[in-house]
Design a binder for this molecule. Structure first.
Ligand SMILES: *[C@@H]1O[C@H](CO)[C@@H](O)[C@H](O)[C@H]1NC(C)=O
Length: 298
């Protein structure tokens, strides 16, 4: 909106949010919609917290709930890059509907007639070097985009990934973090595609907690976004109390989204990431900070 103190469209960072809503996905999507620094080009959906069909329904519902049905939703893959359909779904964290078991009505809107990967490729071609994909679920759609267009990794501006457990245990098992575990083959394709990638791992997001006290403050907020989130958050708090013995919830997805809004809020290490795709450490992220000098020969 011109004159409302918002930066113009040119100044706003164009983002596509690849998401499996998901309670903390809902938080991240709302953060994006409320950030004048960002222009949300679209939501693309994936499996993880829920199956992809439900993720699509939830993405449409979230946009409808806050009056942003102008933003397109493109449905993503229902299976992994290797076509596996036996997926790990975290409904025990987010509720069987993914949004705190609230029985929300079916949204009136529909996804666009284009796959998530095709949408990403199209937007990267429309705005070369200017589109940031914020990936909040398994990386299947991004891997499909890389396969669909060999130049995608050059044309996409940046890929910001919530994924990996760096120098810490994973949250699915000691090796793997949930999003990487969801499709390790896709994750390895994305991490090695040559794009500019920023990964936010569990060792970062486990430091960002919305506490019980924060929740009370949020409940006092006169905002439709806050009211909505307070309605769906209960089950997410219960899960954290049972699983991690903490009085609060990890803000995985919002922390990652914030890296798109204001990168200076985080610090970074440069390096190379590969993903283990087989065996008991399937889904492990191996990070090489490339700081070790090669004195003999490599
Ligand atoms: C997370 O792990 C990466 C990779 O080992 C490291 O560079 C970074 O400093 C860690 N961050 C925190 C906050 O522990």
């Amino acid at each position: 909106m011109a004159g409302a103190g918002k930066p113009g469209d040119e100044a706003r960072k164009k983002v596509i949010i690849d998401t499996d809503p998901g309670i903390d996905d809902a938080m991240a999507i709302f953060v994006a919609l409320r950030s004048p620094e960002l222009e949300v080009l679209g939501l693309t959906t994936t499996f993880g917290n829920v199956h992809t069909a439900l993720a699509t329904r939830n993405a449409l519902h979230l946009l409808e709930a806050v009056g942003r049905t102008d933003i397109p939703v493109a449905e993503g893959s229902h299976v992994t890059i290797r076509k596996a359909s036996k997926l790990r779904i975290a409904s025990f964290v987010h509720g069987s509907d993914g949004l705190g078991n609230q029985n929300f009505p079916q949204p009136a809107t529909k996804p666009v007639d284009q796959s998530a990967a095709a949408f990403m490729v199209e937007q990267a071609n429309l705005y070369p070097g200017q589109v940031t994909v914020v990936a909040l679920g398994p990386l299947t759609n991004l891997a499909l985009a890389v396969e669909l267009d060999p130049l995608f990794s050059k044309k996409i501006g940046q890929i910001i990934i919530l994924g990996g457990a760096y120098s810490v245990n994973g949250n699915v098992n000691p090796a793997a973090e949930a999003n990487i575990f969801g499709d390790p083959d896709a994750a390895d394709i994305v991490f090695t595609c040559g794009a500019d990638i920023l990964a936010v791992g569990l060792n970062v997001t486990h430091q960002v907690v919305l506490t019980d006290a924060d929740r009370e403050k949020l409940e006092q907020c006169d905002s439709k976004y806050a009211r909505y989130l307070c309605k769906i958050m209960g089950i997410y708090f219960d899960y954290h109390k049972d699983a991690y013995f903490i009085k609060g919830v990890y803000l995985h997805d919002p922390t990652t989204l914030i890296a798109a809004v204001n990168p200076s809020l985080l610090t970074y290490t440069e390096g190379v990431v590969r993903v283990q795709t087989v065996g008991i450490t399937r889904g492990l992220t191996v990070f090489d900070n490339t700081k070790k000098k090669c004195v003999i020969h490599c």
